[in-house]
Design a protein around this ligand. Structure first.
Ligand code: CA
Ligand code: CA
Ligand code: CA
Length: 332
């Protein structure tokens, strides 16, 4: 018994030693990285414009807590709704008050659509921002497009501590600037409430999911059934966006949805009083943008969820298969 306790204490000591060693390592590498940046600055030539862009993005991300108006909690604001809005200009700093990378700020990058955040950083090429913890080596934050298919790309890196709300871990912030990209911006239908217990089209809803790492303009998408196509509309001229890795709800009455199901930020309105001409017992639904991006789903009431409080739910966001399941609006 005594021996077991001794071993545990020993293990704790080792973990503490290991963490201290990693932290010292991070600080040393940080010092080294800064001097490297300086040397890159001296060697600069025309073709190194990407290096400059990457360094400037890193400086903004790792330079402060960021700011919108007079507030440093820019992560609490939305891109397309509220006052102020992220689209009105924010300093996108990712640090918390202790100078560590902050999980909530990193996650909030997903509220920016692709082009607006690039513009915010004045980056004229393609951009990717990634935070990887060192032990375990794991991507904990990702925004932007994928440089996999590009031949020319430049990276700027900085070692920092990452605070996930519970743990503080050594991490690597990487900004990649690259030449060209095939940007995917698909979204998907993931759950359908076509025959709610409360009868009436205003209780019907469709859950959609944005699997990308950046937000999409939901108002550039339409939803249609076999009879009618509806726009997704913005009130008061707001630009409505659905953040990356998030679910949204399409319904005719966001107020009714929030009262009946759950109060949620990303509930979007259909232009008239029914999705299509109302979701019937036998439908083909199409979620599309500009004719090229398209997600199609057909069902009949023999698939289930016919007035029993349940929904038709997709097995995964882009799976072929759907089944009756308990309603989980806003979660995938
Ligand atoms: Ca119905
Ligand atoms: Ca309609
Ligand atoms: Ca769901």
């Amino acid at each position: 018994m005594k021996r077991a306790i001794y071993r545990d204490e020993n293990a704790v000591t080792h973990v503490i030693e290991f963490t201290i060693a990693l932290t010292v390592f991070v600080l040393l590498v940080q010092a080294f990285t800064s001097s490297m940046n300086h040397r890159i600055g001296i060697d600069l030539d025309n073709n190194d414009e990407r290096v400059v862009m990457a360094r400037e993005v890193i400086s903004e991300l790792a330079g402060s807590q960021g700011k919108i108006g007079d507030a440093t909690n820019w992560e609490d604001f939305e891109f397309g709704t509220g006052t102020p809005q992220l689209k009105d200009g924010a300093t996108v700093g990712l640090l918390n008050g202790n100078g560590e990378l902050d999980k909530q700020k990193c996650d909030a990058l997903a509220k920016f659509p692709y082009t607006p955040l690039r513009d915010e950083f004045e980056v004229k090429q393609e951009l990717r921002i990634e935070i990887q913890t060192l032990v375990p080596k794991e991507t904990v934050c990702l925004w932007g497009s994928d440089p996999a298919d590009t031949s020319i790309s430049v990276k700027s890196e900085k070692y920092l501590l990452y605070n996930d709300g519970t743990n503080i871990l050594p991490a690597l912030l990487t900004v990649t600037i690259f030449e060209s990209v095939k940007l995917s911006n698909e979204i998907y239908m993931t759950e359908i409430m076509y025959n709610p217990s409360n009868s009436g089209a205003k209780y019907e809803w469709i859950e959609v999911y944005n699997p990308n790492s950046f937000s999409i303009y939901i108002t550039s998408w339409t939803i249609q059934d076999v009879q009618e196509e509806d726009n997704i509309v913005a009130e008061d001229g707001d630009t409505l966006t659905l953040p990356g890795k998030s679910a949204g709800i399409l319904t005719t009455s966001p107020t009714t949805f929030k009262e009946t199901y759950i109060d949620y930020e990303y509930v979007f309105s259909i232009e008239d009083t029914a999705i299509g001409n109302g979701l019937g017992n036998n439908e083909t639904l199409t979620l599309s943008a500009g004719g090229t991006n398209k997600d199609v789903f057909s069902y009949t009431n023999s698939d289930g969820a016919d007035g029993n409080g349940k929904t038709l739910t997709r097995d995964c966001y882009n799976c072929e298969t759907w089944a009756e399941a308990d309603a989980t609006p806003t979660t995938i």
